[in-house]
Design a protein around this ligand. Sequence first.
Ligand SMILES: Cc1cc2nc3c(=O)[nH]c(=O)nc-3n(C[C@H](O)[C@H](O)[C@H](O)COP(=O)(O)O)c2cc1C
Length: 398
Amino acid sequence: MTDEIKQRKLEHITLALEEGIGVSQRAGWGDIHLVHQALPEVDLDEIDTTVTFLGRRLACPVMISALTGGHPEAVTINRNLARAAERYGLALGIGSQRAALVNPSLAPTYAVVREEAPHAFLIANIGAPQLIDQARHPAFTRSQIEEAIAMIQADALAVHMNALQEATQVEGDRRMRGVAAALRHLTAEVSVPVIAKETGAGVCREQALLLRSCGVAAIDVGGAGGSSMSALEAARARAHGETQAQQIGQLYRDWGIPTPIALVEASVAGLPLIATGGVRSGLDVARAVALGATVVGMGFPFLKAASESYERVCALLEQTLTELKIAMQLSGAANVPALQQTDVVVSGETRTWLSLRGFDEELRTLANRRARAGASQAAATGAWMQRGKPSAPVDGYS
Ligand SMILES: Cc1cc2nc3c(=O)[nH]c(=O)nc-3n(C[C@H](O)[C@H](O)[C@H](O)COP(=O)(O)O)c2cc1C
């Protein structure tokens, strides 16, 4: 089991970098339109990208998603990512720590992130299926979970929900009954906030409400449209000559709820949301924040950059931040809270899905937030004028 997990971790990195593991249908970020402001009254160089997440101030809403650890090859990648997280003030997730819980000699492949990023918001990572007894191994104990947190002195714990990956993985864990109850117990006892994290199939409205009832502090909607864990397992199956598993992995490559849709669906829970899955530019980051994300995660682009060098990670971040700031300026948003209140028009298949799922009112609200804010301000100003005071200009309507 020890060597099996270690080997799998290596295969995940190499296959992700060598094979196309993206879904064939994209996330649909092109359906999300920020309404352009011709005279935005915002200086590009003065845009404030800081954001508060789970009580911590982050320099920007971009985060590095959980990717790796558990194999000596992962050390350099994690080091490059952690150095960048420290320099740019980002949150950073690490890959599933099961490998190190089973084989403690692998702990340094994860612990390197705290050494390199002493001040960053770091997120430990375990799998939801491992919260219950599986056919081939028992559930994690509380002390093992605390060990995972202590390994990187984590600020939060991500519990990844990867039923799709486990189902398409030849040696995957097949049991899921009882995981929600186990998650509820975990959130009541564990020492840090818990983030429920999908890994590419998304979170719908009903599951978001279930997760809230389980006591999670935040949800990473981890939607479809970017890296596909099913495609990754199909590539592994092919490499091992497992034809049937390869076909199944390919069949489910596109399965899931696209990330922008998952964001709107999961917003009913009223929890802080992380948007991960197919985010490929700073413009996508801006779209996700405008749709309701507090933080936006990128996985594969960071894996690729970090496998090359620390400088490549920094270059990717600089580019992403520049793109994000341009979107913010053109939307008239000088800071992240303003971006979260800007107007967003949702079109195409994303709109069709959300409409059929009963989100028409939410879509209208998203598209008219400025006007509504202006109207309430106008109403307040009107009441003030009736009391005989001079007229004051109303933002955008004077
Ligand atoms: C090679 C690889 C390994 C991953 N390992 C983990 C993991 O151990 N735990 C986890 O929560 N997510 C894991 N993920 C999922 C990512 O955190 C992220 O949700 C996913 O890659 C979607 O984002 P992207 O489209 O930007 O790549 C992994 C992704 C990749 C590509």
